[in-house]
Design a protein. Structure first.
Length: 277
């Protein structure tokens, strides 16, 4: 059981990686979907709510793809950033207080359901962030599946009313030399800070950044091991990262390998958990 997922953001976010693009993330999502479709692969894309407002035509084009499931990815990706830093200091949660998160989640879920005509059943917080309030609110608005945890040893479980699907394969963003990450990796100051602050800190997938060939080989190896071990694979592969690194050539190679296995939408899990959530 393989879940291929990616995150798509609105261009007014002005992320560091977006500076390296000639197309919008929504436009790249279509390129990504077409490649996956060519190999018969199902995809779950987590799309920020503001993308639907800013690029309705390009989002509309995505809806024609039968291999697409759309999940929520917050409304505006935790902007303004300084406000969320303040929330983190005051409440110990970067996501913000309950009332703030409820407004964000409600708006994101509502616009997805209006555009698609389908229930928004899955969610991933921007930067994989969530807290106990997030879980309560997702339950309130009918979301059934949460995939916001990076955990190479993770298992699919039912927890607090949600089906939790950890990302258990090395992700691309932050782990491949590309765009902004490539520039950061060449900065001596960043290298020194990493050694100081992360030397003894255990992070799910470590702090090493790989070239795309190294990353690809590790991902293929991990896919085979996880299918033998836990029986499932959840990949987080961004259209924007794949475009910047080599115009999605590595993504094509990956899809060719994945096509040997059964891929699924997250919503396919719900029947397996009927009566448990």
């Amino acid at each position: 059981m393989i879940f291929l997922t990616g995150d798509v953001h609105h261009m007014s976010l002005k992320s560091n990686d977006q500076k390296f693009l000639s197309l919008t993330e929504a436009q790249l999502a279509e390129k990504y979907l077409q490649i996956a479709l060519d190999y018969g692969i199902k995809v779950t894309l987590f799309i920020s709510g503001k993308t639907f407002v800013e690029e309705p035509r390009d989002i509309g084009k995505l809806l024609k793809y039968p291999n697409l499931e759309i999940g929520g990815h917050t409304w505006n990706c935790f902007k303004p950033f300084r406000l969320h830093q303040l929330y983190g200091l005051i409440t110990s949660s970067f996501c913000g207080p309950y009332f703030y998160q409820e407004r964000d989640i409600k708006k994101a879920v509502s616009i997805i359901e209006r555009f698609t005509g389908r229930k928004c059943c899955s969610w991933r917080g921007h930067a994989n962030k969530y807290d106990k309030n997030t879980i309560k609110i997702l339950n309130k608005y009918g979301v059934k599946i949460l995939s916001s945890e990076l955990n190479p040893e993770g298992k699919i479980v039912k927890k607090d009313g949600l089906i939790v699907v950890p990302i258990n394969i090395l992700p691309d963003h932050s782990y491949i030399y590309h765009g902004h990450e490539g520039l950061k990796s060449q900065n001596i100051g960043n290298k020194l800070l990493k050694r100081i602050f992360f030397k003894n800190k255990k992070l799910p997938f470590g702090v090493k950044i790989y070239n795309v060939s190294e990353w690809y080989n590790l991902v293929i190896e991990q896919i085979e091991l996880k299918l033998q071990d836990s029986g499932y694979v959840c990949l987080l592969i961004h259209p924007v990262c794949m475009e910047i690194v080599d115009r999605m050539e590595t993504f094509k190679q990956l899809c060719k390998v994945i096509s040997k296995y059964n891929t699924h939408f997250f919503k396919d899990l719900i029947n397996n958990y009927a009566g448990k959530i």
